[in-house]
Ligand binder design. Structure first.
Ligand code: PMP
Length: 283
């Protein structure tokens, strides 16, 4: 596949970055994953707004700005083969001559984009849902920033893999935060519940779409803090992300969620999401 590195387009296998890059040494960088359907980026503006927010919080100068990023994303999509793509975009604080925690002067960010085929959950997985484990959320207190420092997320996701599961549902101080790489919704008595945005979770682009769709279709929903016990006794649990879309979690720590099958509210939300996606892509 073709990637973008600091202004150049080249085959991914030929791309090289310095080992002195702060992304490598410190995990010092921001990233985004943008879903592309039929060669059209979905919710691009929102992804770029979140990138700008992360860059500002990391005090990392934005090397391009929204219009510049949009152009590079367009180019990457055009240069790769798939109709549906997952575009990965990363900005790090660049390389320095010596390893020092303090920022280099001046900062020369490293910009990297690559694309993969976007593979959303297959029909069989939508039919059965996926298994998840629960775990204590031991990440830092700026989980609202989309940074490449994902060691905690990797360790937490591996706990799921070790149990043959697809995702780890995180709880902090007895409350639901999110998944290792997704936001989590639950359904209780027909009401969709979502935890409020805070420094403890990533403000998902898909999370926003799901709440917009609930609002538009008159689906009862509430954004409020959710107790771990409420998750464990929920009728439905869903994970949402740009690549998983809306996917039912049907077992948690080996116990069935509700009926143990994807529930009616989640199926409806999945259908609304597909409709919305298709409408936006055709407009
Ligand atoms: N939370 C975390 C920790 C994530 O890594 C992701 C996906 N990258 C999400 C939530 C979902 O965000 P989005 O809907 O924007 O893909």
């Amino acid at each position: 596949s073709i990637c973008h590195l600091d202004g150049r387009y080249l085959p991914l296998r030929e791309a090289r970055v310095s080992p002195m890059d702060r992304g490598f040494l410190f995990g010092d960088g921001a990233y985004e994953v943008i879903p592309v359907y039929s060669r059209r980026p979905f919710r691009l503006e929102e992804h770029l707004a979140r990138l700008a927010r992360t860059l500002a919080a990391l005090r990392l100068p934005d090397p391009h700005g929204a219009a510049g990023w949009a152009e590079i994303v367009r180019e990457i999509v055009a240069r790769n083969a798939w109709e549906d793509q997952s575009v990965y975009l990363q900005v790090t604080r660049g390389a320095d001559d010596k390893r020092s925690h303090a920022f280099p002067v001046p900062i020369r960010p490293t910009v990297f984009l690559m694309s993969e085929e976007l593979v959303t959950p297959p029909a069989a997985q939508l039919e059965t849902g996926v298994a998840a484990v629960g775990a204590a959320d031991f990440r830092w207190l700026r989980c609202d920033l989309k940074t490449v420092a994902l060691l905690a997320n990797c360790l937490l996701r591996q706990q799921a893999v070790d149990h043959g599961c697809a995702e780890t549902v995180l709880f902090r101080d007895g409350f639901l935060t999110e998944g290792s790489a997704s936001n989590i919704f639950i359904v209780r008595d027909g009401v969709v519940l979502a935890p409020p945005k805070s420094h403890l979770m990533l403000p998902g682009i898909t999370y926003d779409v799901v709440l917009e769709l609930a609002e538009r279709h008159g689906q009862p929903h509430q954004v409020r803090e959710i107790l771990e016990d409420e998750v464990r006794s929920a009728d439905e649990i869903w994970m949402t992300s740009s690549t998983k879309e809306v996917l039912a979690i049907t077992t948690l720590d080996g116990r069935p969620v509700g009926s143990g099958r994807p529930g009616p509210v989640g199926r409806q939300m999945y259908a609304w999401y597909q409709d919305f996606k298709n409408t936006v892509m055709r407009s």
